[in-house]
Design a protein around this ligand. Sequence first.
Ligand code: DX5
Ligand code: ZN
Length: 222
Amino acid sequence: MEVKIAASILNADINKLEEEIKSVSASADWIHVDIMDNHFVPNLGFGLNVLDSLSKKKVRPLDAHLMIENPDKWAPQYVEAGADSVTFHYEAAKDSARLIKELHAMKSRVGLAIKPKTPLSDVKEFLNDIDVLLVMTVEPGFGGQSFMDDMLDKVRQARSIINSEKLKLWVQVDGGIGYKTIKDSARAGADFLVVGSAAFSAADPSFAMKELRELAMKGAKS
Ligand code: DX5
Ligand code: ZN
């Protein structure tokens, strides 16, 4: 299983965002941008303008994680703004099937995210149609929270369905991924790991990302 690592810039230092992104650009496969509307989650975060500006600066590939109400209306605009992959929350969407189709028609990769309390069975019917299943490993909204160990079971279930049905999607985990949790996440079957504060709070983010990737690769092989 090939492992992909995304650097989440939510907890990067916004005063020097460009520098922060440069510090991980060689060691991250994707740049993960958290979009928050203070309705779906109790926090306000980046929006369309940030995505657009990163895209214009040729920051690539961009993984937009939409923690917003009404993604049916907003998600396509993130593709237009330059996101290479757009992930929306199943709990927030009015019609996930329709939105998946619309985003694919715009040539975007499409991810479907589920909060910790949402069972995998709720989204099983979509697994054949998406590129990424995002299993949240914290309650969405803030960086720096503790990883919820009991989410590993959901990751295992997803991996087992994907393997037995020979599906192609990636399993992403987001929240509390760091030195203590990345290996177990990969061992459970996650192959797309979002790293936020574990990278940006490190003295050398690039070095931290490399160490984390090695740990993830070990987990994926064990
Ligand atoms: C949380 C966000 C995450 C966050 C992860 O709701 O979706 O992407 O930035 O940050 P850490 O890795 O610090 O948990
Ligand atoms: Zn995220």
